[in-house]
Design a protein around this ligand. Sequence first.
Ligand code: PGA
Length: 246
Amino acid sequence: MTITKLAAGNWKMNGTSKHLSEAKTLAAMHPASSVEVLLCPPATLLASMARIVLGSAVQLGGQDCHAKAKGAHTGDIAAEMLFDAGAGYVILGHSERRADHGETSADVAAKVEAAWDSGLVAIVCLGETEAQRDADETLAVIGAQLAQSLPAGANAENTVIAYEPVWAIGTGRTPSEAQIAEVHAFLREHAPDAGVRLLYGGSVNPDNAASIFAIANVDGALVGGASLKAADFTRIISALESSSPG
Ligand code: PGA
């Protein structure tokens, strides 16, 4: 089976209109690509970024959506609004949302349904804390998150899974290659569909990307800090383009 790899950038709560120039540079560097290239900026930038990346390989995604399609939910954003602004993807269940907003895996599953209903591909994030890894609970935690965060009907077209160890996010620390390989083999075995893309996320940078992409069952990356600058992100995209086919 051929899997189209995916390099996804998560800008988190970073970026105003002056940072659109980074998207412009990225789009200019990637008129086409053998992998999928995705930027997930703050929702406020989606519509203007959509105009900038039009005609390039760069696609757009949101960072969260509400489980309901519309209604009295001040400050929240519906999946259809992301789609309308130019998104094709949405990140759901990021550990920062699970921690900052108390999102449970059941909440995430409801959001995934909402994303699908609006035609978005859900990038569902899973990952253990450092305490859970130290207690040898990693695969149990990942297994439970996977089972509870993905509704029935998840498949390779509508869902991407991102393994993001909480302790590796924004810390400059990454798991060993064996640790990533172990979790990704587990995810491949338990994913609802053999073709579901499995991303690694957590302190991916231009220097470590190639070795991470060489690990079995790693189909791309979800990149935070190193996606903010086109010059850095493009080196990660190049490493993915040069990695062996999935
Ligand atoms: P990081 O973030 O690359 O800055 O560690 C990754 C993520 O949270 O998606």
